[in-house]
Design a protein around this ligand. Structure first.
Ligand SMILES: Nc1ncnc2c1ncn2[C@@H]1O[C@H](COP(=O)(O)OP(=O)(O)OP(=O)(O)O)[C@@H](O)[C@H]1O
Ligand SMILES: [Mg+2]
Length: 441
């Protein structure tokens, strides 16, 4: 806006100044024309006087030249003034007096040429010529003064335009600078306010993040605790089943054996059949109890170690599901908790393979490295989309939690149609585990 106003001021000043300069030029020309007219009249008078006094026709040359110039100057002056202006009136008077003066000079020159001495001398001696000349001088002076006044007015206008442009430019520039200063101040304030808001938001975000971290940590602790409690309860249940149910079933089996020997060989076939059936039921009950106990708390892990326990797990899975299972198990150095974690990871992975994979071949690998142990369960089944994990399922999530609680990392890689690979990386124990992993049940 300031730039537009400046351009406007500049243009106005320029137009007014150039108008005024044009007028000054025009008035200068007019003034010169008046001066020239006066000069020509004087030249004509000088020429005519010279001729009258000497009779030398050479003086007639400047006289004639001046007379010819006079009519040109008069025409020029007529076009310079507007018809109804006061200057036009003065010019008419001047023209009239010039014509009278010319007529007077023409008369006296003609008489001199004709040799009429008395006549031309009497014309010369009258005051008519002087009066005309005085009137011409006075009227020419008025026209020159009027042109000079108009020039002075035009010059004033030029000065006024310059002053106006100067003041306008100063005011607009000042206003623009003030506006720019206000803009800068506003921008700085807005920036400050934005930064403050940002800082408050950052603070809130930090607070929320730390709350989320705290909650996550306490949830992870809770999950670990729940898993421990679950393991302990499973152990407790396994012991109860072993001690109580095991004792009951064993006592019942002994009672049946005693009953068989008491009743002797001569029995009705129906009783013998019932007793055999009872023995078979008790044996199935004992086998079921063993399986449940084994599932609750793997005694093989405590008794035989991780490698053997995993071999048994793989063999049983293979027999149960009919899937070909290849194992490659290196003896590894892990603490009790981590061994149980490995066992549970393999157990849950095999359960998932049985439930979903429809695999023909499963590979279980345990490898030992300098600082960590890798456990890998790979199947060639139908796989799944890892990104679309269902929130209601807990198998993979539980595995991950167990592994991470033991300081390790779990990677699940799978694609529909390309099998599944579960890889658990666990840190090695500082020293070889000496204590048994679990109590014998
Ligand atoms: N080996 C696999 N082959 C194909 N799909 C699998 C395999 N393992 C897991 N999945 C898919 O991943 C999902 C999540 O498995 P996850 O073990 O977490 O849950 P779940 O077995 O369905 O339920 P839960 O283990 O809680 O009883 C499964 O529902 C299944 O679709
Ligand atoms: Mg599962």
């Amino acid at each position: 806006m300031a730039a537009l106003v400046l351009i406007g001021i500049n243009e106005t000043g320029y137009n007014e100044s150039s108008d005024a300069l044009d007028r000054i030029e025009q008035y200068t020309r007019t003034r010169n024309s008046v001066n020239k007219l006066l000069q020509d009249v004087l030249d004509a008078e000088t020429g005519s006087r010279g001729y009258l006094l000497t009779g030398d026709p050479r003086y007639l040359e400047p006289y004639n030249a001046a007379v010819a110039q006079i009519s040109q100057q008069v025409d020029r002056l007529r076009s310079a003034y507007a018809p109804n202006s006061s200057e036009a009136g003065t010019l008419n008077g001047l023209t009239l007096n010039v014509q009278r003066k010319l007529a007077e000079m023409d008369l006296s020159v003609r008489m001199r040429k004709q040799g009429n001495e008395e006549a031309w001398k009497s014309v010369l001696l009258t005051d008519v010529g002087k009066e005309h000349m005085d009137a011409i001088r006075a009227q020419a002076g008025r026209l020159i003064d009027s042109a000079s006044q108009s020039m002075a007015l035009a010059q004033d206008q030029v000065e006024r335009s310059l002053r106006f442009a100067r003041a306008g430019i100063a005011i607009v520039t000042g206003a623009a600078l003030l506006a720019f200063y206000l803009y800068l101040r506003q921008t700085t304030r807005l920036k400050l306010a934005g930064e403050q808001q940002q800082a408050v938001l950052q603070q809130e975000r930090d607070m929320l993040e730390s709350q989320v971290r705290e909650r996550t940590a306490s949830l992870a602790q809770l999950a670990t605790h729940l898993q421990q409690v679950r393991e302990e309860e499973r152990g407790h249940l396994a012991r109860e089943l072993h001690d109580e149910l095991g004792a009951l079933l064993t006592a019942a089996k002994l009672d049946v054996a005693r009953l068989k020997s008491r009743l002797g060989p001569q029995q009705p076939p129906e009783v013998t059949e019932r007793l055999q059936h009872l023995t078979a039921s008790l044996n199935s009950g004992i086998a079921l109890k063993r399986r449940i106990i084994e599932d609750l708390r793997p005694s093989s892990l405590a008794n035989l170690g991780l490698t053997a326990a995993l071999e048994i797990l793989a063999r049983e899975f293979s027999e149960r599901s009919g899937t070909d299972v290849a194992v490659s198990l290196e003896p590894v150095q892990l603490d009790e908790g981590s061994q149980l974690t490995v066992y549970r990871v393999v157990q849950e992975s095999l359960t998932n393979v049985g439930k979903y994979a429809e695999a023909a071949q499963v590979e279980i690998g345990v490898r030992e490295y300098t600082n960590h142990v890798e456990v890998e369960i790979r199947d060639d089944g139908k796989g799944f989309d890892v990104r679309n994990a269902k929130p209601s399922t807990h198998g993979l999530a539980g595995m991950r939690h167990r592994v991470e609680a033991a300081g390790g990392r779990l990677t699940v890689s799978s694609q529909p149609g390309h099998g599944t690979r579960i890889l658990a990386t666990l840190p090695k124990a500082a020293a070889p585990a000496t204590a048994p992993v679990a109590e014998i049940v």
